[in-house]
Design a protein around this ligand. Structure first.
Ligand SMILES: Cc1ncc(COP(=O)(O)O)c(C=O)c1O
Length: 369
């Protein structure tokens, strides 16, 4: 067999992730391989851990990067904190809350749910009412629902969860590095994210962080964690132990890549980055509305990095989305779950969050329509 050299099309990534990567990240990915226990690589891991803390706005010691994508970060948080028979409360307002419930069930938890219509945030009053009828060890919620474009306010719910002495677990896969997210100030006990959205690093890693309260719960476990690979009692000595102990071979090149992506975030500054996401979103919104698109989510709860929009009346979504990809090299996302075939999800994430990208997309849509 004669396989040709890899030669992908020059896509512009404006879907729900992955996003475009900065040339500096590509360059870092091609850095020479060294051993994962080489003292130089250990220093790189230490730096990456500090960068995880800085971007989560936390001092949590147990902050590191899981060697697998966002779903593994989700699983890390849940399977380590849950023991069979525990009660948990999961809030669902889109696809990813459902995934958390599935994992919690598989970990042996009794799962209680707070449901909200997709396209709206969870109402703290519904969480309050649910907490009066159960005694969960943890409450889990998605900060930025990628399937709907909803921004979920967290602080009020965090307070309710702590009043009940439960742990607060947050999915920040899409919000991370694109909108304010304060792990310590907002009382988040366990959090996971991904790399391929507003951080603009390659997919396949999941930064996570655990509060001291969460670590106490981990230390008090009486049953082993069902997953060997994700068991924090083993992994933490690799990332955070006084002496590095082999657990698995870290994805070295991926760590080079995430380190460079973090350097870019920290050079820009979190506040400036959040502002860029908001302003670019407003630019896109004005252009889309002028073309007859409309938003699924009320203005107050819209994510800047994930724009869930209905197409103008009578326009079929798939042929236009295909044309954008095939003729203009621009990727936008279709609807997920209940919204499949009904709307678009336009991503403005990290390096893809750029006014020129928006202008290009709007011109292309205009031409096609
Ligand atoms: C909110 C949310 N949670 C979890 C995930 C899962 O992440 P991954 O696809 O990296 O496993 C995603 C992926 O899009 C997501 O958007």
């Amino acid at each position: 067999m004669n396989y040709s050299e890899l030669n992908t099309s020059p896509r512009i990534l404006m879907g729900p992730g992955p996003s475009d990567m900065h040339p500096r990240v590509y360059k870092a990915l091609s850095t020479q391989m060294i051993g994962h226990l080489d003292p130089e690589f250990v220093s790189i891991m230490d730096e990456v851990k500090e960068m995880v803390q800085a971007t989560f706005q936390t001092k949590n010691n147990l902050s590191f990067v899981v060697s697998a994508p966002g779903s593994a970060g989700m699983e890390t948080c849940l399977v380590n904190l849950i023991e069979p028979g525990d009660e948990v409360l999961i809030c669902q307002h889109g696809v990813f809350g459902g995934r958390m419930a599935d994992i919690a069930k598989r970990a042996g938890a009794t799962v209680h749910m707070v449901q909200q219509e997709w396209g709206k945030p969870i109402d703290p009053q519904d969480v309050k009412a649910a907490l009066e009828n159960c005694d969960p060890k943890l409450v889990a919620i998605v900060h930025a629902e990628t399937s709907t474009g909803v921004l979920q306010p967290l602080e009020e719910i965090s307070k309710l969860v702590h009043d009940k002495e439960a742990l607060f677990v947050v999915d920040a896969v899409t919000s991370y590095c694109g909108i304010d997210l304060r792990v310590d100030d907002w009382g988040i006990d366990a959090i996971y994210t991904g790399t391929q959205k507003c951080l603009s690093a390659p997919p396949g890693l999941s930064p996570v962080s655990f509060s001291e309260r969460a670590v106490e719960v981990l230390d008090a476990r009486t049953t082993p964690v069902q997953s060997w690979f994700l068991d924090l009692s083993l992994v933490k000595n690799y990332w955070a132990g006084a002496k590095r102990a082999y657990h698995h071979t870290a994805p070295i090149s991926q760590i080079y890549g995430i380190r460079e992506a973090y350097r870019l975030v920290l050079e820009e500054g979190l506040e400036a980055r959040f502002k860029r996401h908001q302003e670019t979103h407003e630019h896109l919104r004005d252009g889309l509305e002028a073309l007859g698109f409309s938003y699924l989510v009320d203005k107050e709860y819209r994510l800047p990095m994930l724009n869930a929009v209905y197409l103008p009346e009578g326009v079929e979504e798939l042929p236009i989305r295909k044309k954008l990809l095939n003729e203009y090299n621009i990727e936008v996302g279709g609807g997920l779950g209940a919204f499949a075939g009904k709307l678009w999800r336009i991503g403005l994430m990290g390096h893809s969050c750029d006014k020129n990208h928006v202008n290009m997309l709007l011109s292309a849509i205009k031409e096609i329509l």
